[in-house]
Design a protein around this ligand. Structure first.
Ligand code: ZN
Length: 502
């Protein structure tokens, strides 16, 4: 029996609003697509939470034995400053401001994005396609939608006809919005707009003379719309219907609603079986946003270099912190909560290091009650993760397991209460849930504190022997440290600092 049969996953499907049993389209295989970053700036923390959510989801599918194809795109064209199909392309604008080629912008911020993903131990997707690599496919599907009467061309741009689509399908099926309300709120549109209705959206936009990113098309030179790129890249690699589509909650409307309309219009069927949306971040109870000055970058969170932060936190502390909330809840950042997370993660981290070296001791009689309790804890790890990927509840079980590990460390004779089989099962479950399912790597920051403390003790000693004019010993301390790669520097007034040579 496969693990995914023993512990079937139930997930909250944003499309139906219900918690449903997950059943993959092809037995044993999962195809999932997640909207990737628009690479015109440093990746912010809110995005990082979204990618962490889907890292957990793809990890857990694999953990249970599914074969997963995870596609996450790079948006390197078509995302406009204004979501209503107006304004400059975000990447084009940045390129103009920084006097660089758009592809230089794309390269710089894609690299930053990948660095941050690695820092958080977020695994790379199976395929990471870029929008500019799929222009031909975007033109083809646009032609198809025109031929089907679901899109129209005006002055070199092509728009999706939402009203027409809604005659035979339901526009608003995902977001719960009503087309009449949407059309009503869009009435005060300026007369310059070339769309038939405000709710129509661009599949292809004509490039104005100053627009840098442009490609030839049947409608003249232009560039693709943002929504169509995800429809193309998801269905190209996962098929016309695939298992799971994810993204941040802010993408539900209009982006994901438009994706459903485009794919359903083009292929005659709903593209995605399960939709998952991860929630937002807040800071001290307020929405995190650049304009409020309360948003920080991952690098600022690591260094503590931000006015709202008391100090820096390690990537695994932040990862642990985020996993303490379910992905569908908002997550509030505060120094207090981060400090608590740091303490909590330290406990798990220490237990992880300890259990790796802990060996079973055979002895007298096995205590079946203790064994049953341990097997229950193992079971609960799976049941909690299979219940809508509940990392918060799974961590609570791992804390219970941590207490057991600490008991064994202080009272090794108690290891004899369980059979070696149960002990090994407990040990591998703890390690694999921490490292593989939750992606919490062992961190050695504790040792760094120890190292720093030790060097400071030696510096103190050296100051003392210098005051005593024992220069031979003072030199010996300096030279011996130098020999192992720690360089002491003598400053003014007898002060000393050190540098660790790499
Ligand atoms: Zn998308």
């Amino acid at each position: 029996m496969k693990l995914y049969e023993k512990y079937p996953i139930h997930l909250s499907n944003s499309l139906t609003g219900a918690k449903e049993k997950f059943e993959s389209i092809l037995p044993g295989f999962v195809g999932m697509y997640v909207c990737g970053p628009t690479v015109y700036n440093y990746v912010h923390l809110g995005n990082t939470r979204t990618f962490l959510t889907f890292d957990i989801i793809s990890r857990y599918f694999r953990f249970l034995g599914y074969k997963v194809r995870y596609v996450r795109n790079i948006t390197d064209v078509g995302h406009l400053v204004d979501d209503a199909d107006e304004g400059e392309d975000k990447i084009g604008k940045k390129a103009r401001l920084e006097q660089l080629e758009p592809m230089e912008i794309v390269k710089r911020y894609t690299e930053d994005f990948h660095t941050v993903m690695r820092q958080f131990n977020i695994l790379p997707p199976s395929i990471e396609p870029s929008a500019t690599g799929h222009i031909v496919e975007q033109i083809n599907i646009t032609k198809k939608l025109i031929n089907l009467g679901l899109a129209y061309e005006v002055n070199g741009s092509v728009y999706f006809d939402v009203k027409k689509y809604n005659q035979s399908h339901h526009y608003g099926i995902l977001s719960g919005r009503n087309i009449e309300d949407l059309m009503e709120s869009g009435r005060d549109l300026d007369s310059q707009d070339e769309k038939r209705e405000k709710i129509d959206f661009a599949l292809w936009k004509k490039a104005s003379p100053e627009h840098i990113m442009r490609w030839p098309s049947p409608w003249g030179e232009g560039f693709p719309g943002w929504h169509i790129e995800c429809t193309v890249m998801s269905t190209k690699y996962l098929g016309e219907t695939f298992d799971l589509h994810g993204g941040g909650m802010d993408l539900k409307f209009p982006h994901h609603e438009c994706e459903i309309a485009q794919a359903t219009g083009a292929y005659g069927k709903s593209p995605v079986k399960y939709w998952i949306h991860s929630n937002m971040l807040t800071v001290n109870g307020q929405k995190m946003s650049k304009s409020l000055g309360n948003s920080f970058l991952p690098s600022e969170l690591f260094s503590g270099n931000h006015k709202l932060l008391e100090k820096g936190y390690s990537p695994m502390t932040v990862r642990f912190f985020m996993l303490q909330s379910h992905y569908s809840s908002t997550l509030d950042f505060s120094n207090e909560a981060l400090n608590a997370a740091e303490k909590g993660f330290k406990k798990l981290n220490n237990a992880l290091a300890s259990i790796k070296t802990l060996e079973h001791i055979s002895g007298a009689t096995v205590n079946s009650e203790v064994e049953k309790n341990l097997l229950d804890l193992i079971d609960k790890c799976y049941l909690n993760m299979s219940d809508d990927f509940n990392t918060a509840k799974t961590l609570a079980v791992l804390f219970e397991m941590t207490s057991q590990i600490n008991t064994w460390i202080s009272q090794k004779e108690l290891l004899a209460e369980v059979s070696s089989e149960v002990f090994e099962k407990f040990k591998t479950t703890y390690i694999s849930f921490m490292e593989d399912a939750l992606g919490l790597k062992e961190e050695t920051t504790g040792n760094n504190d120890l190292l720093e403390g030790t060097i400071n003790v030696l510096i103190g000693l050296r100051k003392k022997v210098r005051t005593d004019k024992n220069f031979a010993l003072s030199d010996k301390i300096r030279d011996d440290l130098k020999a192992i790669g720690i360089q002491l520097k003598d400053g003014k007034d007898g002060e000393m600092s050190y540098e660790i040579e790499n």
